[in-house]
Design a protein around this ligand. Structure first.
Ligand code: DC
Length: 224
C-alpha cells in the first residue's frame, strides 16, 4: 500500500513538555501505532554501549548495527512509559537512565546517526496510523504528516515533572541540577546543525504548563 495514505500525527517539543504522555494517550485512544523516536535514539546508544562501539567507529560497524537493530514499541498503559522492545527484550527501564540520556544527546547531533535512524522511523508508518513523538517528526521525518503538534512548557514546570517521575522510580534528584541538565539539553537540541528542535511552520503549538493531559488531548482532537 502507498504509505501516503497512512495518517500520521507528529508530536514534537523539548524534554518534559509532555510528548510521551500525550503520544501514548493518543495512540491508545485511536488504536494507532506509536513511535517514540527519542527511545529509538536511546536504544541505539544502549546497543552501541553494549557492543563497545564508539561514535567514531559507527560507520565501519553500520551493517552489523543495521542487521541487529530491531526495535518495537508498545504504548503500554497510561502512567507507565511506552514499552521499548529490543531484540525481544523489554529494555524500557534500561534506556531511561540519565547516563543513557547523556550519551543519546551526543549521538543525536551526528548527521550519520540521523541518516541511519531516518528509514527506521519511516518503517513505523503502518496502518491504521502512526503517532510519532520526537524533536524533528513534523519538520523532517514526517513533514507530510496530516497533523503536527508542538508541545511546550516552562523549564521550571518541565523540571518539576521530571523530578516527580524520578521520585516515582525511587531516585531523588536535586532541582537545581535538573534545571541545569534540562537547559543544557534544550540548548543542544535547538542549536544543533542537523534537524534542530523547532516547530514546523504548519504545526499547532500548545503550551502544556497549565493544562493537564486530558485537556491537551481535547485540544488536539479539535484538529483531527
Ligand atoms: O525524548 P528523549 O529524551 O527520549 O530523547 C532522547 C535524546 O534524543 C534527546 O537528546 C533528543 C534526541 N532526539 C532527537 O534528537 N531527535 C528525535 N526525533 C528524538 C530525540
Amino acid at each position: 500500500m502507498n504509505n501516503q495514505t497512512i495518517p500520521v500525527i507528529t508530536i514534537d517539543g523539548p524534554s518534559g513538555a509532555g510528548k510521551g504522555t500525550i503520544a501514548q494517550m493518543l495512540a491508545l485512544d485511536l488504536k494507532w501505532n506509536i513511535l517514540d523516536s527519542g527511545a529509538l535514539y536511546r536504544t541505539l546508544a544502549y546497543f552501541m554501549l553494549q557492543q563497545h562501539i564508539e561514535l567514531k567507529d559507527f560507520e565501519e560497524n553500520m551493517l552489523f548495527i543495521k542487521n541487529n537493530f530491531k526495535v518495537k514499541f508498545d504504548p503500554g498503559t497510561i502512567g507507565e512509559p511506552v514499552k521499548v522492545i529490543f531484540n525481544n527484550d523489554d529494555i524500557t527501564k534500561k534506556v531511561r537512565t540519565e547516563d543513557i540520556a547523556k550519551k543519546t544527546s551526543d549521538l543525536a547531533t551526528d548527521p550519520l546517526i540521523r541518516e541511519f535512524i531516518r528509514p527506521c522511523q519511516r518503517d513505523f508508518m503502518v496502518q491504521p496510523g502512526l503517532v510519532a513523538d520526537g524533536r524533528d517528526m513534523g519538520t523532517v521525518i514526517f513533514n507530510d504528516a496530516k497533523l503536527k503538534i508542538f508541545l511546550t512548557a516552562s523549564i521550571e514546570e518541565r523540571a518539576k515533572r521530571r523530578q516527580s517521575q524520578l521520585k516515582r522510580q525511587g531516585s531523588e534528584v536535586n532541582m537545581r541540577l535538573l534545571l541545569q541538565e534540562l537547559e543544557e539539553r534544550d540548548k543542544k537540541d535547538k542549536e544543533r546543525k542537523h534537524s534542530p528542535l523547532k516547530p514546523a511552520d504548519d504545526s499547532v503549538i500548545i503550551d502544556t504548563s497549565n493544562i493537564d493531559p486530558v485537556g491537551v488531548i481535547k485540544a488536539i482532537k479539535k484538529f483531527l
